[in-house]
Design a protein around this ligand. Structure first.
Ligand SMILES: [Zn+2]
Length: 250
């Protein structure tokens, strides 16, 4: 099994990273896709993958990028630094990148988010890499931008939009990332998404240490089987083909 989106370089794992990664591997998770949130975080993710990836631990694939909520703090040379990171063998994708309009009314900031997002999609085109996209309260602009960069595909991690939108993104070749939100009783929208998206377009993720099964706890990839079970019971009820979380590629 694999976990399509994690942050094991996060400080939440500083005290027991090695133990957790061993436990994750022992629980049958052979591969995790680690995502950076900014340049420093991406560098930490790469270093972590170089240190732990492989024997005794899961294989660790890394995406490096600049998240929309961290872009204001990034130095003017972020693109140059990102390109340096793309040379590391552990790096297989660019992200998290994307749009997050939640609570942001300022059109100037939204515009800058779109520019930073598109700059990273252009890097995907240039380097032939997939993207790991974060998108919140920005469905229409995300769809428009991804349509304008039709050579790029990848993962829409922590998918937060409607089933209808999920089908549109899937039709463009994008994978739909579903996390433990699907286990929460009130989460109607993501349950509808889980029921309709083609099996080949679904990628399950924990987003560790975020998005825990129990609010306030720390999440890790050992929760992947619970997410698989929840998604497949929804799909069974809907008469949809079960998803298989055995082999991963973005
Ligand atoms: Zn994440």
């Amino acid at each position: 099994m694999y976990d399509a989106h994690v942050h094991y370089h996060d400080k939440a794992f500083d005290r027991d990273r090695e133990e957790i990664l061993k436990a994750v591997k022992a629980a049958g998770i052979d591969l995790v896709c680690e995502a950076g949130e900014d340049i420093e975080g991406s560098l930490a993710a790469v270093r972590m993958a170089e240190r732990y990836g492989g024997a005794g631990y899961p294989e660790i694939k890394v995406s490096v990028g600049l998240h929309p909520l961290y872009m204001e703090a990034a130095g003017a040379d972020w693109q140059e630094r990102l390109k340096e990171l793309l040379k590391c063998p552990a790096v297989t994708a660019i992200g998290e990148c994307g749009l997050d309009y939640r609570g942001i009314k300022d059109e100037g900031i939204r515009q800058r988010q779109r520019e930073v997002f598109e700059a990273q999609l252009r890097l995907c085109e240039e380097y032939g890499l997939p993207a790991v996209v974060h998108s919140v309260d920005a469905a229409a602009d995300t769809l428009k931008i991804l349509k304008a960069h039709s050579k790029v595909s990848g993962l829409l991690h922590g998918f937060a939009y409607s089933a209808e939108m999920a089908e549109q993104f899937a039709a463009l070749g994008w994978k739909i990332g579903i996390n433990a939100l699907v286990l929460r009783p009130g989460a109607k929208k993501i349950k509808e998404v889980a029921a309709v998206v083609p099996a080949a377009s679904v990628r399950l993720e924990t987003d560790a240490p975020y998005m825990p099964l129990i609010k306030g706890s720390r999440n890790d990839s050992r929760n992947i089987p619970a997410i698989i079970e929840a998604v497949n019971s929804i799909r069974k009820e809907a008469g949809a083909e079960p998803i298989c979380q055995e082999q991963a590629s973005l």
